[in-house]
Design a protein around this ligand. Sequence first.
Ligand code: FES
Length: 83
Amino acid sequence: MQAAFVKQDGYQCGYCTPGQICSAVSVLEEIKQGIPSHAQADLMAAPQPTGAEMREWMSGNICRCGAYSNIAEAMADVAGARA
Ligand code: FES
C-alpha cells in the first residue's frame, strides 16, 4: 500500500498519510472478509472493492490537502480494481 501511495501521489503534505494507509489496508481486508458498507445496495452480496465502496469505507479519513482521488487510485491499484 505504501508503494501504491507513492506511485499514485496519494499524499501532498503527508500529515494524514499514516492513518490513510492503515485505514486503506484495513478497508481492503474487511471487503475481502465480506463485511458490507452503507454504499452496498445488496447487503447479502459479497462486497467488491469498487470506487464507491472504497470511498464509503474511507469517508472518515480527512485529508486537508484533498488527495482523495489519488488515495482511491492507490487503493484500487492494491485491490486490482478501478477507483
Ligand atoms: S496529504 Fe496533506 S492532509 Fe492529507
